[in-house]
Write a protein that binds this ligand. Structure first.
Ligand SMILES: Nc1ncnc2c1ncn2[C@@H]1O[C@H](COP(=O)(O)OP(=O)(O)OP(=O)(O)O)[C@@H](O)[C@H]1O
Ligand SMILES: [Mg+2]
Length: 251
């Protein structure tokens, strides 16, 4: 029977780079809808874990399951067509292209296979989706601007829009507020919260207060391992987490 509550499962995932175990026997489950967050100090293995979940890297051992389907060896494209999308910590926008063209390219996968080689201007499904995203993300006024000319906050917002182009059911966001002003961070937090009412969001985030406010569940990583997991207030109060991650910050 299909498990309707659980959308994603990581079972004993591990990844080594030479002598370093970047992700070390990490298991967790993500329940449907809302925001589940992963926090941890620099180098804890958060982005590597995302790479294993999204198929950018193959795990050395362990399993990834999406809606009870084993996707451990599936390509990133395969995972995308199963409804899992991700953003990268370092941007993957086309800086020399316009906002609308970035959205159209990202939406192209919605076209039926027979239309995949159509010129962008003839891809009406992609165009409709791109226009929808422009409006949803408040980017209408910069529709034809070159992405490189946008503010940092607008670029990061566009990045989230791009990841949503294919209407995923699970979205992995790697530090979407990195380098943002406080105002932009707050706006993005609101946006992520709204997204969580429609789809499942798995978020890597450095801003602890933001995470605690947004998330239904928080997973803490340190040195490749899962250190703790639970509702925000429990994680915040966990002495192991206080020592390993928050240090004096919350004392
Ligand atoms: N492609 C790679 N080759 C070799 N080592 C890597 C590679 N990617 C990551 N690492 C190492 O794996 C460890 C975990 O890195 P990772 O980027 O997953 O951490 P992170 O928790 O995302 O850190 P940050 O908060 O700085 O983004 C680090 O020691 C890093 O140097
Ligand atoms: Mg990272």
């Amino acid at each position: 029977m299909k498990n309707t509550e659980m959308i994603l499962r990581s079972k004993s995932l591990s990844k080594r780079f030479g002598g370093l175990t970047a992700v070390d026997d990490v298991s967790f489950e993500v329940t449907r809808l809302g925001v589940t967050s992963i926090i941890g100090p620099n180098g804890a293995g958060k982005s590597t874990l995302f790479n294993l979940l999204s198929g950018t890297f193959m795990a050395d051992s362990g399993l990834v399951e999406l809606d009870d389907q084993n996707i451990t060896r599936m390509s990133p494209e395969g995972r995308l067509s199963c409804g899992m999308a991700r953003s990268f910590q370092i941007t993957n926008l086309f800086f020399d292209l316009s906002v609308i063209d970035n959205l159209r390219i990202a939406s192209q996968a919605l076209e039926p296979r027979s239309n995949l080689f159509l010129p962008l201007s003839k891809s009406t499904i992609a165009m409709d989706r791109a226009n929808e995203l422009l409006e949803e993300f408040g980017l209408l006024e910069c529709r034809n601007q070159i992405v490189g000319a946008l503010s940092h906050g607008q670029q990061r917002r566009l990045e989230i829009a791009v990841t949503l182009a294919t209407r995923p059911k699970l979205l992995l966001l790697d530090e979407p507020t990195q380098g943002m002003s406080q105002g932009d961070t707050q706006d993005t937090a609101e946006l992520i919260k709204r997204l969580g009412s429609k789809i499942t969001v798995l978020l890597i985030e450095h801003d602890v207060d933001l995470v605690m406010d947004l998330s239904k569940t928080v997973i803490v990583m340190a040195q490749g391992k899962k250190l703790a997991e639970g509702i925000p207030s429990d994680v915040r109060a966990n002495p192991l987490v206080q020592t390993a991650y928050f240090g004096e910050e919350l004392a």
